[in-house]
Design a protein around this ligand. Structure first.
Ligand code: FAD
Ligand code: SIN
Length: 532
């Protein structure tokens, strides 16, 4: 099996596979790098006596604004406790409840959750998860690791007898040799994370350039609901901070949202105040900033005991202090930034895409769990839930369990791009365009302008990609332009406002909720690269 991506989704699948399965796990930089590592708040699970699976389901569906698939939500919520237990077995050190004499895990609260439901490792949950999973992955001899390898495209064939498309591997750029290797596998799993780098300001690391979604789209997968890009309401506003996230759990533990003059405002937008679902809080902040011309709003936890703040949020405390903001004494300037890709490659309950032997798990996928707006801390849960589903599904495919990886075939091109700086400029232009024209609040006019500009860039970038030596930056740039096009097309298709998609030209919500599905409908892509 070839697993592309070593975040919570890819790593947990690699660990769950039987030890006689040969696994290639590839990652475009270091193994730990990806959104998982930066997860702060935690992972939602029904553990408390006052809570129930039904309540978790109801809260998730309420956040999802009519587009969650109830069967998926139920299955995930039901498994949440087992998933936390599995993580504990892998050695993840979650924060314990101090006041309890037993070994109970501490549960915090985040937007949309009726009860405290978030299991966490202080405010560094992702780091704790990645550290444990990666050390286990390294111990398994059936898992071969390929770091600094960038998947470029999927290899598909059409089965003669069924005329069905089937995935048989991937073209991969080996950044160490600068050659393109062919990875062949019976099963390919995309676990490449989200696409939030398509926006200028994002909480995400550089790995989130939507590679898996763009590859799957080019191969002919259905891509669903990409108009629902989630903006996290509170990222640190500081010119050197690169949109550092200030966790929602800070509000869960009493943090207040205020205008720069100290006035609260969330009560005007939702009765749940600062703990309303994310789409509502992000839009409220955006609206207040626009009305008053503010560059930011404030998130204040300085009224809480300073040792409690330092202990609960050591990472946020330390990071803010680097910018001379002592959160135990003063409020934090914050702004919304893109955070999560709710749409993605369409999968069924077994994580299967519409291409045979191709699976997608984690943020790259659209499973129906999140609907039009993901509820906080449901993402890590989804990553691990679907890794188990892949395992269950491949067990059913008898005779196709043992897979091999062949990276002997080398492909390359000779022509070097004339000016590397062109790639940097195009990156910036696309991300600025998306931020300005396809942001939190949209209009038809802006979306149409963005569409025209993106189609122009796309021609240029495809041309550059087809003629020149393929670099990692060029691969990501090409993927970003596909992602921009998919988001804009999806946003123009949705003629209503729902969840994270708000269009001033269609402010109402349709009675019947439906998904937006995009498909490129291409034939084989097996001859994409020229042989050397
Ligand atoms: P990632 O963890 O992003 O991993 C993607 C992997 O794919 C990486 O290894 C990357 O190198 C690899 N990759 C990508 N493209 C290629 C390619 N072309 N070739 C080879 N490899 C490739 N969710 C929660 O539930 N709770 C939280 O508290 C929480 N906090 C968050 C805080 C921050 C700052 C961020 C950014 C996200 C947060 N999220 C949280 C969301 C959650 O972390 C992610 O949705 C989740 O971790 C995604 O996991 P993943 O395995 O799908 O992808
Ligand atoms: C956060 O800690 O605010 C992020 C939680 C999430 O994205 O689920």
């Amino acid at each position: 099996m070839l697993i592309i991506g070593s975040g919570a989704a890819g790593n947990s699948l690699a660990l769950k596979l039987p030890k006689n399965t040969s696994v290639g796990l590839i990652s475009k930089t270091e193994l730990h790098e990806g959104s998982t590592y930066y997860a702060q708040g935690g992972i939602s699970a029904v553990l408390s006596k006052i809570d129930s699976i039904d309540q978790h389901v109801e809260d998730t569906m309420e956040s999802g604004a009519g587009l969650c698939k109830e069967d998926i939500v139920k299955s995930v919520a039901k498994e949440s406790k087992d998933i936390v237990d599995w993580l504990l077995e892998q050695g993840v050190k979650f924060t314990k409840n101090e006041s309890s004499s037993s070994d109970k895990l501490h549960l915090t609260k985040e937007g949309g959750h009726t009860y405290p439901r978030i299991v966490h490792a202080a405010d560094k949950t992702g780091e704790a998860i990645q550290d444990s999973l990666i050390s286990k992955v390294k111990e398994n001899s059936n898992i071969e690791l390929f770091t600094h390898h960038v998947a470029i495209d999927l290899i598909t064939t059409t089965e003669v007898n069924t005329n069905k498309k089937k995935c048989v591997g991937s073209y991969v750029l080996n950044k160490k040799t600068n050659l393109i290797d062919i990875f062949q596998a019976k099963f390919v799993v995309l676990a490449t994370g989200g696409a939030n780098k398509v926006y200028l300001y994002t909480s995400n690391p550089d790995t989130s350039s939507g590679d898996g979604i763009a590859m799957a789209y080019r191969a002919g997968c259905d891509i669903t609901n990409m108009e629902f890009m989630q903006f996290h309401p509170t990222c640190l506003y500081h010119h050197k901070a690169k949109s550092f996230l200030v966790s929602e759990s800070l509000r869960g533990e009493g943090g207040k949202l205020l205008l720069p003059n100290g006035e609260p405002f969330m009560h005007k937008y939702d009765s749940r105040g600062v703990l309303a679902p994310r789409d509502i809080v992000a839009r409220a902040i955006d609206s207040e900033m626009k009305i008053h011309g503010f560059d930011y709003v404030l998130l204040d936890i300085s009224h809480k005991d300073s040792s409690f703040v330092k202990k609960s949020f050591p990472n946020i405390y330390k990071k803010c202090l680097e910018f001379n903001i002592d959160i135990t004494k003063t409020a934090i300037p914050v702004v919304p930034a893109t955070h999560y890709t709710c749409g993605g490659i369409n999968i069924d309950i077994n994580a299967k895409t519409n291409i045979k032997n191709l699976y997608a798990i984690g943020e790259v996928a659209h499973s129906g769990l999140h609907g039009a707006n993901r509820m906080a801390s449901n993402s890590l849960l989804e990553c691990i839930f679907f890794s188990k589903k892949v395992l269950e599904d491949i067990k059913k495919c008898e005779g196709e369990k043992h897979c091999s990886i062949n990276s002997d075939l080398k492909y390359s091109r000779n022509k070097k791009i004339s000016e590397e700086v062109i790639i940097k400029h195009s990156w910036k232009e696309i991300r600025t365009l998306m931020w300005n024209y396809v942001g939190i609040v949209r209009t038809n006019e802006r979306l149409l302008k963005a569409k025209i500009r993106v189609s122009m860039y796309k021609k240029e970038i495809e041309d550059c990609f087809n003629k020149n030596v393929i670099s990692s930056d060029l691969i990501e740039l090409r993927n970003l332009i596909y992602i921009a096009e998919i988001i804009i097309t999806s946003a123009l298709t949705r003629k209503e406002s729902r969840g994270l998609h708000y269009n001033l030209d269609y402010p109402g919500t349709n009675e019947k909720a439906s998904d937006t599905v995009i498909n490129i409908n291409v034939k084989n892509n097996i001859k994409l690269y020229q042989e050397k």
